[in-house]
Design a protein around this ligand. Structure first.
Ligand SMILES: [Zn+2]
Ligand SMILES: [Zn+2]
Length: 384
């Protein structure tokens, strides 16, 4: 069943003022209100229809969209792509009108971006956020990342104009192409964005089939993002003008890339310095030796362990840390060793260690030997 015309439902002419609209709605709504017509299905249907029509026409932007596109304006996806592009605007229509009324008097308009609407009906595109996770090695070396961003872009078919190719938008009859209308109220003359054309100054009779008249379409774009060496977790990279396309020639929004760095298996980062915990065998710690430790370059580097090295001893590898952004300087890498106590001993190993233990360890383990003799003295001194 074809939908009835909203103006017909409300019993008003297409040129009806807001006041006429409201008064007609009130009269009709009283007639078919469910409270008065309990159980009457036809009255209930009419009441719903009436509300739908009034909801659409009381809002100047929705009304303009309806005038231009009929019921299709609210069905979304005209031609399956993008729709006429009025949807998200509705919620902000009040504040936009407020801005149009007072913005200029207050000495300026809202800032760029964030979907601000200019008096010409152009509308800035929204900013976009893209979360990108990289590895620590990528943060170390820097990289060019290819990212795929789904966003609305200018419609190629109509070059963003919104009119079907070969046709032209015609001058809006309500505002005569000015994009704004004036109304006198007492001493004041109030100028506001033309509700019929949303300030464009023109009307599209034959909307472009690919974008439904909005002048933009959804498309996935591939962008190259340069990630400089040394970036920190949480860095925000702004790509100016790479956000959503603006409406009707409005400026595009920006694309913000939020970088996060994956935790690394071996390395912890602190600014430009890198920390790495390396377990070493007790024998290496006691006898000395060398270990191969991983580096951020993806190779290994040899570190000499002097004899008698203790747990938590740090070795500094100068310049092996993260590069400092926009400089030629690099941080350091700190290797912290963790001496591993031998476990799962063979009989032979146990015998060797027992033999080692029988030898005096006043010299080999002065700390522990000294500690226990001090404890002994402590208790003897107390009892004596
Ligand atoms: Zn188009
Ligand atoms: Zn107009």
């Amino acid at each position: 069943m074809a939908k009835r015309d909203y103006y017909e439902i409300l019993g008003v002419k297409r040129s009806a003022t807001d006041i006429e609209l409201k008064s007609s709605y009130r009269t009709l709504a009283k007639e078919c209100h469910p409270d008065r017509n309990a159980g009457d299905k036809e009255a209930e249907r009419r009441f719903k229809e009436l509300n739908e029509a009034y909801e659409a026409l009381k809002d100047p932007q929705k009304r303009a969209a309806y005038d231009q596109f009929g019921h299709a304006a609210f069905e979304g996806g005209m031609g399956g792509r993008g729709g006429p592009g009025f949807g998200p605007d509705f919620a902000s229509s009040m504040s936009d009108i407020f801005d149009d009324l007072f913005g200029e008097f207050m000495g300026g308009r809202r800032g760029q971006g964030g979907g601000g609407r200019s008096r010409t009906g152009r509308e800035a595109g929204a900013d976009l956020r893209y979360n990108l996770e990289i590895t620590l090695a990528e943060a170390y070396a820097g990289k060019t990342a290819q990212i795929r961003v789904p966003a609305s872009v200018k419609c190629e078919t109509c070059s963003g104009a919104g009119a079907k190719p070969g046709t032209k938008a015609k001058t809006c009859t309500t505002c005569g192409g000015m994009g704004k209308v004036r109304a006198s109220q007492g001493f004041f003359t109030i100028e506001r964005t033309c509700p019929h054309c949303q300030g464009r100054g023109e009307m599209i009779d034959d909307p472009c089939a690919d974008c439904g008249g909005s002048g933009r379409v959804q498309k996935e774009r591939t962008l190259s993002v340069n990630i400089p060496a040394g970036v920190e977790d949480g860095t925000r990279i702004r790509l100016a003008g790479e956000g959503e396309a603006g409406l009707r020639g409005g400026a595009p929004g920006d694309l913000y890339i939020f970088l996060s760095i994956k935790p690394h298996e071996f390395f912890q980062r602190d600014g430009a310095d890198i920390f790495c915990k390396v377990p070493i065998a007790m024998t290496t710690a006691a006898l000395g030796g060398q270990i191969d430790v991983p580096t951020l370059e993806g190779t290994t580097t040899r570190v000499k362990i002097p004899e008698g090295t203790e747990s938590r001893k740090q070795f500094r590898l100068r310049g092996k840390g993260m590069p400092v952004l926009r400089s030629k300087v690099s941080g350091d890498m700190y290797i912290e060793v963790d001496v591993e106590t031998p476990k799962n001993l063979t009989r032979k190993q146990r015998e060797l260690l027992e033999e080692f233990e029988r030898a005096s360890h006043k010299e080999t383990s002065p700390e522990s030997a000294g500690f226990f003799s001090r404890v002994k003295e402590f208790f003897e001194g107390k009892s004596g």
